[in-house]
Design a protein around this ligand. Structure first.
Ligand SMILES: Nc1nc2c(ncn2[C@@H]2O[C@H](COP(=O)(O)OP(=O)(O)OP(=O)(O)O)[C@@H](O)[C@H]2O)c(=O)[nH]1
Ligand SMILES: [Mg+2]
Length: 105
């Protein structure tokens, strides 16, 4: 049995880097600047014994109008609908900071 995994998250958190690693090729552009991925990219991925379809998506922005970020967001929502599993990628530096704020000392 195979499945489809969508890689989603805010811009510039390493989605395309992870996608390329899973598919074993540089199918997606990786850059220091946010907003480089603008559409969906599919590839056949491998992780240990697992074989599945991975989808790289554009960074999620809070936009719902006719702008480019809103169109990118709609594409990402489509990837989520197509997927059996979604992997939400986060930058750990900000995650660590928010955990530290919530943890009493
Ligand atoms: N430190 C660190 N940097 C990473 C990691 N993964 C990716 N990067 C770097 O983070 C930057 C953004 O990586 P991308 O893979 O293009 O990020 P993205 O989420 O696809 O970005 P958008 O397509 O713009 O949303 C690049 O400079 C990567 O080399 C990681 O695990 N650790
Ligand atoms: Mg990308």
């Amino acid at each position: 049995m195979t499945f489809t995994l969508a890689i989603v998250g805010r811009p510039n958190v390493g989605k395309s880097t992870l996608f390329n690693r899973l598919v074993g090729k540089r199918l997606a552009l990786v850059d220091d600047r946010p907003g480089v991925t603008r559409d969906l990219r599919e590839g056949e991925a491998k992780l240990g014994d697992l074989r599945f379809t991975a989808i790289d998506s554009a960074g999620l922005e809070e936009a719902t109008d006719d702008s480019l970020p809103a169109r990118m967001r709609r594409l990402t929502e489509r990837a989520v609908e197509m997927a059996d599993v979604c992997l939400f990628v986060r930058r750990t530096r900000s995650l660590r900071a928010s955990c530290a704020r919530r943890t009493p000392t």
